[in-house]
Each structure stands twice: as C-alpha cells, then as structure tokens.
Design a protein around this ligand. Sequence first.
Ligand code: HEM
Length: 480
Amino acid sequence: MNELPPGPDLHPLRQGMRFGASPFGFLDECARRHGDSFTLRLPGDPPRIVCSHPEDVRRIFALEPDHYVSHDVSIPLNLGARGLLFLDGESHLADRRLMVPPLHGDHLEGYARLIQQVTARRIASFRPGDSFAMHPEMQWVTLSVIMTCVFGLAEGHRLERLRHLTTRWLDGTLTPLVFLVSMAVTATRVRRFLDRAAAASQARYPEGPAPWRLLPWQRLADAKAEIIAILEQEIAECRVRPPGDRRDVMALLVSARYEDGRALETGALIDELIMLLVGGHETTANALCWALRHILARPDVLDRLRAELDEAFPGGKVDATKARKLPYLDACIKESMRLTPIAPAVGRSLIKPLPLERGEAPAGTIVWPCIYLTHRRPDLWPAPEEFRPERFLGEAKVSPNHFFPFGGGRRRCIGMAFASLEMQVVLAELLMTCDLALATGSRPTPIMRGITISPADGLRVVFAGPRRPTKSTTLAPNRR
Ligand code: HEM
C-alpha cells in the first residue's frame, strides 16, 4: 500500500488537541467519516493507523516480537527505560516471565484481604452528607494497594513519604502543559529530558535534593530521585533479610531468577517496580470511577448488584476472597470497561509491513488496535451505547479480538488478574457498606488525563451514610 488510509484533514497539533480534550468524541467522529480504519497524525509521532475491524485486531495481536518495537512508545513520563513497557524481544519476554507469577495464582488470595483493609480504611474517612469527587479517593486506594501488595510497605513514615512523592511526581508530570510540550517536541524527547534531570538529581543522593531547586522539572526530578532512593533502600533490606512469609511482589521479584540463574539487577528491578506503580495505580482508579458511574446511574443495576452482595454476605461483612466469584459484579465491571475503556487503544510500532483488511500498513507506521471503537461496533455488540452487564453473564466466551480492555497478544497487561480482583473487592466493599449516589449535575465526560481516560469532574458523588444490607435477597433473573 503506498497510501495510508485517509484520516482527519487537520494539522497534527489540532488532531492532538481534539483527541486530548475529547478522546471518544474525536474517535467516533473519525470512524463515522472514515470507517474501520483511518490514519491519525499526532505531533512528533509517525502516522498512526487506527484499526477497529476484529480481523485487524487479531492480526496485530498475533504479531511476532521481531515485527515491531516498543522502546519509543510515546509517553511523556520518565518511567525508567528498563521497564517492561519499553523492552523488546528476548529481554521483554524474560522480564515478563519473572513478573507474571507474583501477580497471579495463589498470591491473589492474600492481596484480596489487603485490598479490602485499605478500602475499608478509606471509607471510614467518609462523613455522612459529604459530596466529593470519587477520583482522588480511588487514587488513594489504588496507590495504597500498590504500596502494600507490590512494595510490601506497612502503614508508616516510609509509605506516607512514598505516597507523597509519587503523587507529586505523577501530578506534576501528567499535566496539560507537559502534554502540550510533548505535542510540540515529541513525548520521547520530554521523557529523555526528564530522565536526565532525574539522573542528575539521583547523583546527589544520599545527601538529598539541593534546597535552591526552583524550576518545576527540577522538583519533579527530585521527587523521582527520592522514590528511587527509597526503593533502593527497600530492595537492599529485602536482599539481606530472609523473605520469611513476605508475599509482596517486590520480595518475590528479589528472589526470582532468570532461566540462566541470574537475579534481576537492582536498577532494572527499580524500573520494573516503578512500571507496576504507574501502570497499576491510575489505570485501576479510573476504571473504578467509570464502573461506579455506570452502576450508580442505573437503579435497576444497583439493586441487582446489591441483591447479589447481600446474598453472598448475609452478615453484612464482605469476604474479600469470595468477592472474586460474584458473576453480576464481574459482568458490571467488564461492561463498564467495554463502554469506557481507560486506554482508548494500544500501539505497535511496525518495523515490517503488515497486511490489513484495507491494504497494508508500511514499516515505520504505528498500528493502533482501537479498544474504544471495537467495543462500540454494532455488529459485535447490539445496542453498543447501552450499559448491559447481562452481555457478560453465561458461559459463552467473548473473543479477545472483540473485547480487549487490557490489550492483547504478547504484551497484554500483566496486571489484568490483579486489577480485576482489586475492582471486585473495592466495589463490593463500597456498594455493600456505603449509601452512595451520583451528585446532581455530575458531568463525568471522558478526558485524556496523562495516559488514561478519566471522568472530567472526577466523578462527583454524595455519601448519604453507612448502608444496611436488605433482608430480602431475591436475585433478578438473567435478561440476556
Ligand atoms: C483496570 C486496570 C488496568 C487496565 C485497564 C490496564 C490496561 C493495560 C493496557 C491496555 C496495556 C497495554 C497492553 C498491550 O499493549 O497490548 C497494559 C500494559 C501493562 N500493564 Fe496494565 N492495566 C491495568 C492495570 C494494571 C495493573 C494493576 C498493573 C500492575 C500491577 C499493570 C501493569 C501493566 C504492565 C507492566 C504493562 C506492560 C506489559 C508489557 O508491555 O508487556 N496494569 N495495561
């Protein structure tokens, strides 16, 4: 194919701005005009071929690692170059093999209880009659969960310091200003600049940051450098102390070995842990907000969900490990991620051409299986605009080329099982114990915040007070 599929006839800067301000609206508009595939041109990036045909999605997720590269992913955040997201080929596979087990299987059981404790602690701070934005609350919960389950930190000074630094680093970097700058000079350049600033700041440790650091990026660099210093200390302590009964991801990774017997070297381990911190915190907080938004907007769904919870937990107390096995709750979460995925698409930067349904994507372009547009296709999802959790009930398996909120193929999210568990437990605890409603006039329009899609108003809710479970627990029949 010599010509790329047509796309919006706008300057790249305008395409970037339109996408940032209204990601779903812009993608809908492009799909209406151009169909299953079209080309977006965002500033500083190669052309991006947006695909929503399930056959294209299948082809892209089946790509072999030598067909694309990931080291130049356009994210304006200095995550650390040795994190999974930026690795290619054999080193990507090797690190994935180490990182998948701690986030799966029996380990999840132990995390479920910790997630519930963290959620209950936050709920205890709600006051009856309060109206507040749910997003910061969910950020607090998901960040605390990562600190506890991934870093193995107990409540205390170090956890508080790390929470403070992470919030400062992420809130300072994932801003509209940094988004605009990365539009002008490319996200990769912004990332490298921030990486160099953090490395310079790190060189000063253990003395700590200089007091005269006034420029905003220097303060961000200092925050990142201190995060690294704390993690270095944690890892050093973990290496000398026998793991005992520690079951957090950091302890498991410290004792994990590559196939050739090597351990993860400290610098690489820190980058991987920071990858988990960022990949696993804002994503889940946003997904939780969207699920609450859909559930609270539909009294019939809320009633059915509460009936399921009351039946499962007749004493009124959620059993975290059982929350994983509630089919309607799980269906609500999946349906929410279908309608409002927190990542609009996933990208693969091609180094070889790839045949698509309409022509061929040449080497040098990015193919972009679009989660949002595929999830809204009327040929795959009848009445795609409607929130219908029933779609996900029953035995029938949903194709991974029709529904892929966690991406797909060899790079599918390694936190999928963990995030699903976290959402099940947090929502079960919230809906079981809190009388919550959407605030009047709440306008949760989707906007691009950093690397994920977030409700613009932070999802405003009203907490009426603690909820009492109902006595009668008749579950509504399935309506498929
Ligand atoms: C609702 C929550 C989450 C969503 C929707 C989500 C979504 C995604 C998506 C779309 C990708 C890209 C996949 C691809 O390119 O095909 C991804 C990658 C990744 N996610 Fe998640 N994620 C979530 C939570 C988490 C959690 C909790 C963790 C870790 C604790 C995590 C860690 C990662 C990592 C390390 C990658 C890179 C995988 C690789 O490149 O091999 N994510 N995630």
